[in-house]
Design a protein around this ligand. Sequence first.
Ligand code: EPU
Length: 421
Amino acid sequence: MQYFEVTGGQRLKGKVTISGAKNSALPIMAACMLVDGETSLHNVPDLADVRLMIDLLARLGVKSHRDDDGVLHLEVRDEKNVHAEYGLVSKMRASVCVMGPLLAKRKRAQVSMPGGCAIGDRPIGLHIQGLTALGAEFELRNGDVCLQSKQLIGREIFLGGPFGASVTATANVIMAATLATGRTVIESAACEPEIVDLAEFLNASGARITGQGTPIVTIDGVDSLKGTTHHVTPDRIEAGTFIIAAAITNGDVELVNAKPEHLGAVIDRLQRIGVIIERCKAGMMVSSSRRLEPVDITTQPYPGFPTDLQAQAMALLSLADGNSTITEKIFPDRFMHVGELNRMGAKLRKEGPTVIIEGVKNLIGAPVMASDLRASAALVLAGLVATGTTQIRRTYHIDRGYERIEEKLTGLGANIRRLSE
Ligand code: EPU
């Protein structure tokens, strides 16, 4: 089993290049099943989750290879299989993104129902609601979601749930509606940049989607999609994590390829904390040279503060000069990192969906356990500034969503090593 050993105390300095967004790449790869011909995707990060999606797509008859320039080429060779099995879906929830494309293109989808995970209950009722609204018949069989329809029919669909819009449910309905008959209008669609990226990819392949990035997305069905080339948008969560890495170490870092327009709420909160963030030609410059001010953060759907940066922000605010709060409005149980940060000397108290953070002067290195992808990133960030050494076990969580994180951090002067037990 691998673990990271981080020795704190280095100010991060230099340039880091932000990779393509995991949460764009995964649905776009699934969308390749809608396409006749070859799709070429630039900027797909080399991550465990991407490799799992390649594996799942291979079982669903999609041939893929990365060329010498890192471009991922995908092409459907066999459309017989429509079953995404439990073995893979249970490893990666984003596997549900194959549901819409399978149903639209192969007329049937059988996708194992994902269970709960470390960040809480993660229902998929909205996916099913949206796809049945397009005319699919639904049945739950042996833990599998089974959907079928000879021809999906466009219509108006309200997709809001108790916690607002759902990102991957919006992706599934958009993908299915591209090949439906007539017009689909999604109300309360997710507005995340990853949805915009998916819609732009589909439009380049011949789809007719408008309104992406707003709560109302309109899809006029087409008969077929053709192969195209697409560049996956940079990962705003990786960029946000490096912004916080620069802030927590009082560093001075240039984020090449970061898109400030995707990070408005994060920039707003970080500037209030006292971090200096500027746009530059290559992306963004981040520096911090003074004591951090406390702030209150509430996670929200885009364009609000992302839940995927909540844990990392908590590591930062642990060292602020006063009391802060973080309220989690998307996944109210996404707080497994609280106990681990407290092991490092943070003063965090959870009250329902809110954590009260009493700023401390120092964090102290300790052995800690990663519970999920973003929680592990928070522990690495805490380790960068803690006195002494921090061992973060279960690195496989971080490998799901951060490309070569230890290499990128080392390039900025961090002292981090990947070791095996
Ligand atoms: N929800 C429902 N019903 C549904 C679906 C979702 O009530 O049928 C609720 C969820 O419980 C949650 C809220 O809606 O409270 C939003 O969940 P959403 O469906 O948007 O999450 P997701 O699509 O499963 C994506 C990202 C997550 C990210 C969330 C929120 C991908 C592959 N995953 O998940 O990313 O946290 O949106 O922004 O895009 C990560 O990268 O670490 C990660 C967990």
